[in-house]
Design a protein around this ligand. Structure first.
Ligand code: ADP
Length: 490
């Protein structure tokens, strides 16, 4: 099968969060199963060009209609660790992808609406006719709309679209002008409650809603989250339209790329280890202490790795830090935030704990340090307010780092409480709490620290059970292939 991914991110070349990991990992697994997979991305100036091999222009002077004129683009091709990637480079005064960062601009909706349009224009002009176009998140919500309203009339009649929502919080809510800019026929007909009109702001267009309505199948990234977005406020206003289209909507748990995230072969950590030789993990703990200038004492290291966003429960991350230090544990954090208030708060905390030998806060994005933290820490906290799937806990499990998580979204589907899960004891792999206030996190951390300190054999057993969980791409890739096959026959 010929599958074309259209995405704003792909690890490790253009990565902000889990979306990037999913696009890379799923593509790789689909290829292993004999499918032809290509990925279309914007050509950002801030990409990690050191992860692209053989980059060259493959299509010159692709004129993409936009507003009343057209923007000239070049399309580049290169391999990203074996994945076949096209990069769209527009040449215009807007400099859509030459901004030094991926997101955070007033015209983000326009930037990615243009990218969606350019991706289809490239398929059309370069005679690419994939069986399935798989697009991701709000940035590419316009792809199925353009396909069915415009491009199928130019010969793209057999293409089908699978649309995966990784995060319902960001939906690409923008002005009606975007429909005109993209050259969609009869924009006023699209600007209706059953099409692209936003349910909350009736004067606005919602790109994610468009993707949901027009795609042949819509997925989100865990079964639990699929229920949450249909039946709670976690759909951020899209609950109604998801219920209308529930016959083509479901949750597929993300996989983890065990070629990248695997302590047995991880070259970014000083000591490789497996579930059978877990004591070698402690060499990484020592290396982590050296690297972050933590004192080496008989204390558990509790970590947080991830974006510092309200979604991730920043108030509980901060509380976890204080609770760890007050309970004879060490705390390590790696994270960053585009939000100036959150950024300031954590820089202030970093300053405050600068000389504390039991604590290190690293503000920024650092892939290599992330690997060392997963390998060196004893536990990781994920006190998310919502969590569509979460990769951090899957990585932690693989590295024998016991996850302490809030019972929400994909965390419910992947972490099973040591003491209270209804699952058989040998399937339990972490600690789970429910409340959004401090009490739940405290009691889960208390139980985890207690087991580490007083029942180290049981703690080690819990670590190993986590390492033995299989959250590879094997099963989810098959689930996606089943969907692709289903929509191809529609
Ligand atoms: P989200 O997609 O909401 O950001 P996930 O848990 O699904 O959260 O995925 C987060 C991914 O991004 C993980 O691979 C995590 O290790 C990585 N990550 C997040 N923040 C950082 C950071 N500051 N430095 C390095 N890696 C990070």
């Amino acid at each position: 099968m010929h599958i074309l991914m259209v995405s704003a991110e792909c690890a490790p070349v253009a990565k902000v969060g889990g979306l990037a990991d999913v696009v890379f990992g799923l593509s790789r697994e689909l290829e292993i199963r004999g499918n032809d997979v290509q990925i279309i991305l914007p050509k950002y100036d801030c990409m990690r060009y050191d992860h692209v091999w053989g980059l060259h222009i493959t299509y010159r002077d692709l004129w993409v209609p936009w507003h009343v004129g057209a923007i000239r683009c070049d399309v580049w091709f290169g391999f990203v660790h074996g994945r076949k990637c096209f990069f769209i480079e527009p040449h215009s005064e807007d400099r859509f992808f030459e901004r030094g960062q991926y997101y955070g601009f007033h015209d983000d909706a326009e930037r990615f609406a243009f990218f969606s349009k350019a991706a289809l224009e490239f398929m059309l002009k370069d005679n690419r006719r994939p069986d399935v176009i798989h697009c991701h998140d709000w940035q590419t919500g316009l792809v199925p709309v353009l396909l069915y309203e415009l491009y199928q009339h130019s010969g793209m009649t057999n293409q089908r679209v699978c649309y995966t929502v990784h995060n319902f919080k960001h939906q690409g809510v923008t002005g009606e002008h975007i429909l005109y800019a993209a050259g969609l026929p009869n924009p006023h007909q699209l600007f209706q409650p059953n099409r692209l009109q936003d349910d909350d702001n009736h004067a606005a267009v919602n790109l994610m809603k468009g993707g949901t309505v027009y795609s042949n199948f819509v997925t989100t990234v865990s079964p639990q989250h699929a229920q949450e977005v249909m039946h709670t406020d976690q759909g951020h206003g899209l609950g109604h339209i998801l219920n209308v289209h529930q016959g083509k909507f479901g949750g597929i748990l993300n996989g983890l790329d065990y070629d990248v995230w695997n302590p047995v072969i991880d070259e970014l950590i000083p000591a490789q280890y497996s579930a059978n030789a877990v004591e070698k993990k402690y060499d990484n703990k020592a290396a982590l202490c050296d690297r972050l200038l933590l004192r080496k004492e008989y204390k558990p290291i509790i970590a947080y790795v991830g974006r510092l966003d309200a979604q991730k429960g920043v108030h509980l991350i901060r509380h976890g830090l204080h609770y760890a230090l007050a309970n004879d544990a060490q705390f390590v954090m790696l994270g960053s935030s585009p939000d100036p208030d959150i950024d300031r708060e954590f820089r202030h905390l970093k300053h405050h704990f600068n000389d504390n030998p039991d604590c290190h806060l690293e503000i920024g994005f650092n892939e290599e340090l992330a690997h060392l933290i997963y390998a060196g820490a004893d536990m990781i906290i994920m006190p998310s307010m919502f969590e569509p799937c979460g990769l951090t806990q899957l990585i932690a499990l693989k590295y024998g780092t016991v996850p302490i998580v809030r019972a929400v979204g994909g965390l419910v589907d992947t972490v099973f409480d040591k003491d209270y899960s209804g699952r058989p004891e040998e399937q339990r792999n972490g600690y789970v709490f429910h409340q959004t206030d401090e009490t739940g996190l405290e009691s889960a951390m208390h139980r985890a620290i207690g087991l580490w300190r007083h029942h180290s054999d049981d703690f080690r057993k819990l670590m190993v059970q986590g390492m033995q969980c299989d959250y590879s791409w094997a099963r989810p890739a098959q689930d996606y292939l089943n969907i692709y096959n289903y929509i191809r026959d529609l």
